[in-house]
Design a protein around this ligand. Structure first.
Ligand code: ADP
Ligand code: MG
Length: 245
């Protein structure tokens, strides 16, 4: 039947995904065991520092991948009221070290008193991913803006827009070329080589969709006005679909 076919298709996708993830995690773990092997066999002080740094970086990659996955597969509890200003400020504080190292200028415009029902750990993951992408795109000396806006309930021509909030993250990076756009939300699609996981946008969209929200991306590569803007709309009282598929 149609349903059975669909279920099969879903299983096939899940299987492929699991295989890809296993592969992505296998490589850094392999590097770590090689590095440990080398260290066991007598190395200079200098080498041992260097190898430990390398092992740490490889493990950080595994952590990065598993964190990204957790956002989607965590057991769902009930959503709680999340103050978006508090959450975004906390995220920016946690990212400060890294943003300062990368010499990215952050401008945050975060009015108080805007809250939505959500799974906080998951939402934090979304904003962290999007701000990280914006910072990576902006690069040294670049600008990233984080804006929070209330979204009043609207009813225009019988079309209803629920009350909620929009978080908009804008950067003045190089923008996204047309040929890249169709792939943005595919798992493991990255233009950053070894430095990227290609999971950020895919996981973020999964989380936002689960929250009944929307994520929209506008970008241009124009020489004078290049940059990217990602908007996340979240309803104050969302219909959360916890069916994790
Ligand atoms: P990763 O950041 O690990 O590459 P993501 O899923 O977060 O994976 O992003 C996928 C790709 O989308 C990036 O490699 C990059 O090419 C593109 N991208 C995402 N955000 C931006 C942005 N703000 N500006 C330019 N390109 C972006
Ligand atoms: Mg990313």
């Amino acid at each position: 039947t149609q349903d059975a076919l669909l279920a099969n298709e879903k299983l096939a996708v899940a299987g492929r995904l699991a295989a890809t993830i296993a592969h992505e995690i296998h490589n850094p773990l392999d590097s770590v065991s090689n590095l440990l092997y080398l260290m066991r066999n007598g190395v200079t002080e200098e080498e041992s520092v260097q190898f430990m740094d390398m092992a740490e970086q490889e493990l950080a990659r595994v952590t990065q991948i598993s964190r990204a996955m957790l956002g989607l597969y965590r057991e769902s509890k009930a959503p709680v009221l999340v103050d978006l200003k508090d959450m975004l400020q906390e995220i920016l504080l946690l990212m400060e070290r890294r943003l300062t190292d990368e010499r990215v200028n952050i401008h945050a415009d975060l009015p108080s008193g805007i809250a939505v029902d959500a799974f906080p750990a998951e939402l934090r993951q979304v904003f962290t991913n999007l701000i990280a992408n914006a910072a990576e795109a902006a690069g040294p000396g670049g600008n990233v803006r984080v804006n929070l806006r209330p979204q009043p309930a609207l009813s225009i021509d019988g079309h209803k827009q629920e009350a909620g909030a929009t978080v908009m993250i804008t950067d003045n990076g190089m923008g996204i070329p047309d040929e890249v756009r169709p792939h943005l939300f595919q798992p493991f699609f990255t233009t950053k080589g070894e430095r990227g996981t290609g999971l950020g946008l895919w996981v973020s969209r999964g989380i936002v969709t689960k929250h009944g929200g929307t994520i929209e991306l506008a970008s241009n590569t124009d020489e004078a006005t290049h940059g990217t803007s990602v908007s996340v709309f979240l309803a104050t009282k969302p219909t959360i679909n916890a069916g994790g598929d």
